[in-house]
Design a binder for this molecule. Sequence first.
Ligand code: MEV
Length: 325
Amino acid sequence: MSEPLLPIPSRELPVSARAPGKCIVFGEHAIVHGAPELVFAIDLYTQVFVRPAAVTRLNGDAEATRRNPYFASALARAWDSGAPVEVRAVSRIPRAAGLGSSAAFAAALAAAFGAARGGVDRPTLARTSFEIERGAQGVGSPGDTTAVVGGGYLAINGGEGEPLWTVPGGYHEWRVRRVPDPGWVWVVAHSGIPRSTADAVRAVGRRLSAPDGPALLAEFARVARDGIRAVGAGDRRSVAELIRRNHELLRDAGVSHPRLEALIEAAAPASEAAKLTGAGAGGSIVVLPIPGREAELVRRLARAGGLPFVVRPVGGAELVDAPTE
Ligand code: MEV
């Protein structure tokens, strides 16, 4: 995995950059309210190609700045030259699936624009990518954008040692720390049900303002804190228990979905534990497989109607060779 603080170097247009998706193991939703989260970058990518043009377009669409709030937000926050650019974007990350497609698009564009503006260090890239996503989405934490910029396993608002960087935002300053990689593979599966992160975040916000909301948030935080420690120590048994507990809390928070429950049930014979990952209300699950039974798990999930991927942690956003024409 590449060194997390390696900056994005300077490069002239045309520039190509890619950023991975992400998988949240512990703490989605609760992170928005200041609790810890554990997330890792996954080996599914969004790649962008940026070149000078007469008219700004995204995948040939000259109306994209009006139609795509993430594209408009990236141009406004990371491309201050204002010169028109042609952007092509390709992605293997299913959209609106809880696997970080919008964070990867924001970070890949910010990396390409940052390179063309003389290079950019990684903490700045993480902050800019968060501003792009937040500008388009209106709500949320820097967890997703941090994951896809930093790569590997990262704890936000948790973990031990010196932070790699901090991300200011609203009432909170998020601290980002590296978590040792236990060397595991995971399986994620998309339910095929698209959902809106912003709607799910607002619904959980309402749930947490109920009289028992503070106790629920405290339990989310405890599970994530213990989970960060257990993953860092390679303690699979504790991780499995905490994953199951985290899913119960997310169910209580109202963001599970019958399709997610069906996928978790289908995964059970070949899994140590499973939970929803990301915003929920549709989207995806993450499964800790029984080692050696990943292929069986993938078959089970596909038979149950999911779109499964075997994933492992990878490095964060990076430049790639621009296409030659
Ligand atoms: C979405 O991937 C994760 C949430 O916690 C929202 C956020 O942190 O921005 C649900």
